[in-house]
Design a protein around this ligand. Structure first.
Ligand code: BES
Ligand code: MN
Ligand code: MN
Length: 469
C-alpha cells in the first residue's frame, strides 16, 4: 500500500536554503570533545548525548529519550505516524576517537575550521569526529528535519545514536538484546563508512570483524644489566619481536594454525566484479608517501584491504625509551595486536587460536600472557535486497551514476549483532573518503560530502518506501 508517493522536491529546496545553519550546527556538535576511551572526557560525552537529543527533538522526533546504560547513554527518538508504512532504524555514534597525538594537528581537534584541500576544493571541516561519525550521523538528523519541515517524510523512522562505538559498543549490545520491540524496524540505515571518491559513489556491502589482543612477554623477574646478563637469558623484547615477525611467512600469509580455515573465498566472478572498481596503485602510494605496497601474495591491494583477513601490531613497548642510552635487559615487553576478520571467521575462535599459538612459540625462559580486548564479527549485505536497491537508486539520483558495491576493511561490530538480535540487515550509506584521516590527526569531512549525504538520504527513504510492499 503506497500512501505517500513523494518527490522530495520541497525537501531538497529546504536543504539548499538551510545549508549554512546545518554547517553551524555540526560545528557546534564537533566542539564538544566526546572521547569515549578517556574517562576524563566523561562530562563532555554525556553533554554530547544531550545535544543530540535536543537536535532530534528540534528536528521533529518524538519520544526522544536519553537511555542510560552502564556506560554512556544511547539517544533514542522516533516518528511513527502510520503502522502500515515501513520503519527505518537509523544508527550512528556521537563518540569520537582520542585526538592524540595532538601536536600533529594543524589546528586544535575540537576547534573546527573549514579549509579547502586538493580533494575538497569546496572546503572540508577539520575536527575530530568530523567524518567519524558526528558529521555522518548528523546528516541523518538534518535529512529527517528537512523531510519533517516540508511534510515529506514518507515512512516511519527510529533513531538510535550511541556513545560507545569507538570502545566496542558493549552496552549497546545489551540495549539491543533488551529492546527488540522498541527497535522493531524493516531496515537499518547507517552512515559510518566511506565511498570510493566524490565522483565514484559506492555503497559498503561488507565490514570486517575484529579480534584484538594485548600480549605481555616476561623474561627475568627484574630488569638486568645488559652487560652482565646479555647473551645469557632470553630478552623479552628480542623474543617478542621474533615472535611477532614469525606470525607472517614469506608470502605474508598468517602462520597461526587454523587461522584461514573458515575464510570464505570469493568466486572468480566476484573477484572480477570487485576489480572493476577504479584503483590506482601510483595514486595510493603517492598519497601515503611509500615506494610500494605490501601484502598477502596472490591478492590485489583492494582485496588485501577488504576480503582478506589481516594481523597487525598496533603498538609495541618495553625497556628503556628515555633520553640517551641505558644498558638494560627489560623484564617485560608488550604489544597490542589486531586481527581483521572476514566471513565466516569467528572472533572468539580466532582469539583462542592466537592464544594457543602465541604460547607455543614463546622461547624457553619467557612467559606469555594474552589478554583479549573487544572484538566483533564480520558482516556482509546482499545487493539484491530492497534496501540496497533503494540506496543504489538514491545515489543515482543525486550523483547521476549508480554506486559501486564495495566491501570495506573497517569494522562496525554492532552490525553483525543487529542481524543476530533484530534479524535486520544494515544498509551502509557512507559518504566519507579514505583520505579524510579518520582516527588520525587532521580528520576532516568534505562539505560536498556532508551536503550530498543530506540530499541523498531522503531519496533512500522515498525509494525504500516505494519498494517495500
Ligand atoms: N566508522 C568506523 C568504521 C569504518 C570506517 C568502517 C570506515 C568502514 C570504513 C568505526 O567508527 C570504527 O572506527 N571502528 C573500529 C572498530 C571499533 C570496535 C573500535 C575499527 O574499524 O577499527
Ligand atoms: Mn565510526
Ligand atoms: Mn571510528
Amino acid at each position: 500500500m503506497i500512501k505517500r508517493e513523494i518527490s522530495m522536491s520541497n525537501t531538497q529546496v529546504f536543504i539548499s536554503e538551510n545549508k549554512e545553519r546545518f554547517l553551524e550546527e555540526l560545528i557546534d556538535l564537533l566542539r564538544i570533545p566526546s572521547v569515549s576511551a578517556d574517562p576524563s572526557f566523561s562530562k563532555d560525552v554525556n553533554k554530547t548525548a544531550d545535544e543530540v537529543a535536543k537536535r532530534l527533538t528540534e528536528a521533529g522526533a518524538e519520544n526522544v529519550e536519553i537511555c542510560q546504560t552502564e556506560g554512556y547513554p544511547i539517544v533514542y527518538g522516533d516518528k511513527i505516524f502510520d503502522a502500515s508504512l515501513p520503519t527505518i532504524l537509523v544508527y550512528g555514534h556521537y563518540d569520537v576517537q582520542p585526538a592524540d597525538p595532538i601536536e600533529l594537528w594543524d589546528s586544535p581537534a575540537f576547534e573546527p575550521v573549514v579549509k579547502t584541500t586538493e580533494i575538497h576544493p569546496e572546503g572540508a571541516i577539520f575536527a575530530r569526529g568530523a567524518c567519524d561519525d558526528k558529521g555522518q550521523m548528523f546528516m541523518h538528523v538534518k535529512a529527517f528535519e528537512s523531510m519533517m519541515k516540508t511534510d515529506e517524510l514518507p515512512c516511519n523512522v527510529k533513531f538510535m545514536i550511541e556513545g560507545e562505538e569507538e570502545v566496542g559498543s558493549m552496552n549497546l549490545g545489551i540495549f539491543v538484546k533488551n529492546n527488540h520491540e522498541k527497535l522493531k524496524a524493516d531496515v537499518i540505515l547507517i552512515s559510518d563508512t566511506g565511498m570510493l571518491a566524490n565522483d565514484v559513489p559506492s555503497v559498503t556491502t561488507g565490514l570486517r570483524g575484529l579480534s584484538y589482543v594485548e600480549v605481555e612477554v616476561t623474561g627475568p623477574n627484574r630488569d638486568l644489566h645488559s652487560g652482565l646478563y646479555g647473551g645469557c637469558v632470553a630478552n623479552p623484547i628480542n623474543a617478542l619481536a621474533k615472535m611477532i615477525a614469525s606470525l607472517h611467512d614469506e608470502n605474508n600469509h598468517i602462520t597461526i594454525p587454523g587461522f584461514y580455515d573458515k575464510v570464505v573465498d570469493l568466486s572468480d566472478e566476484e573477484r572480477a566484479e570487485m576489480a572493476k572498481a577504479p584503483f590506482s596503485k601510483e595514486a595510493y602510494c603517492t598519497a601515503l608517501d611509500i615506494a610500494d605496497v605490501m601484502g598477502e601474495a596472490g591478492y590485489t591491494t583492494p582485496e588485501r584491504g577488504s576480503i582478506r583477513p589481516t594481523l597487525d601490531v598496533n603498538g609495541i613497548w618495553g625497556g628503556y625509551i628515555g633520553e640517551g642510552a641505558k644498558t638494560v635487559i627489560a623484564s617485560k615487553a608488550y604489544a597490542k595486536i589486531s586481527m581483521r576478520l572476514v566471513p565466516d571467521q569467528d572472533p572468539e575462535e580466532i582469539t583462542n587460536l592466537f592464544l594457543t599459538h602465541f604460547n607455543s612459540i614463546a622461547p624457553a625462559g619467557t612467559k606469555v600472557k594474552v589478554t583479549p580486548h573487544h572484538g566483533g564479527e564480520p558482516a556482509v549485505t546482499p545487493i539484491d535486497s530492497i534496501g540496497y536497491k533503494a540506496a543504489s537508486m538514491a545515489y543515482e539520483k543525486t550523483f547521476g551514476k549508480k554506486p559501486i558495491p564495495v566491501r570495506s576493511g573497517g569494522s562496525i561490530p554492532i552490525v553483525a549483532m543487529f542481524e543476530k538480535e533484530l534479524g535486520l540487515k544494515s544498509i551502509l550509506m557512507g559518504f566519507g573518503l579514505d583520505s579524510d584521516a579518520i582516527h588520525s590527526p587532521n580528520e576532516h569531512y568534505g562539505l560536498f560530502n556532508y551536503f550530498r549525504g543530506i540530499e541523498t538520504i531522503p531519496y533512500f527513504y522515498s525509494y525504500f518506501t516505494k519498494l517495500h510492499k
